[in-house]
Design a protein around this ligand. Sequence first.
Ligand code: SAM
Length: 230
Amino acid sequence: MPYSVSPIGFVRSCFKEKFAIPRQPQLAPAARGVLEMLPPFDTGEAVQGLEQVSHVWLLFLFHRTLESQPRLKVRPPRLGGNQSVGVFASRATHRPNGIGQSVVRLDKVEPGRLWLSGIDLLDGTPVLDIKPYVPYADCIPAAVNGIAASAPTPIAVDWPERALAQAREHGLRLGEPLVELIEQCLAQDPRPAYQIPPPERRYGARFWDVDVRWHYPEPGRICVLETVLA
Ligand code: SAM
């Protein structure tokens, strides 16, 4: 008999498209969202005790990249996108069963809702399970990963006055740390590593209901061009 799983809830996230979402959680602490639980998990009983926990593991479905044919090799962005490794040596979204896992900060617990930050999840992501982060077991200071040894070095993000004023205004309207969110995400350099960005090329992504556009005046440096209502 085939196994089946079904979501316990869906994430409402600041990220409305895949581009510019950090490649792991915690890289953008200002990335916030709410996990809205489905019945019968929405009454508060299933999350009782979770208020004593600062971080949780989310197990979720990469619902936008599900594939019928499993890949054996993938090309992780960390290796420049032009070198392949076995799918199980990577955290790529294209994987058998399409299951993702992220440790995220749990800011607030309400019956039926978990308020999260530091997320790397697309809006609408189906969540399969939640588990409390257990520091003594889950944190291994001596762990080694030769493919992704440390967090990527952030790149500089410049804000011309007008773009910064626009972002501050939208942040106030949304009640969200929008300037920090944009800065933290762009500092991860969302563009594929194999692309050399000519200064005239414009890039864009949507955060909450705001379209952000930027370019690279020189490699390794981002300049935000505008932050406008989508
Ligand atoms: N931390 C998770 C893990 O290790 O399983 C996710 C890592 S994966 C490399 C992170 C990327 O997944 C993000 O940059 C975003 O582009 C993509 N992503 C996030 N939510 C998704 C979803 N629901 N469907 C497809 N792709 C998604």
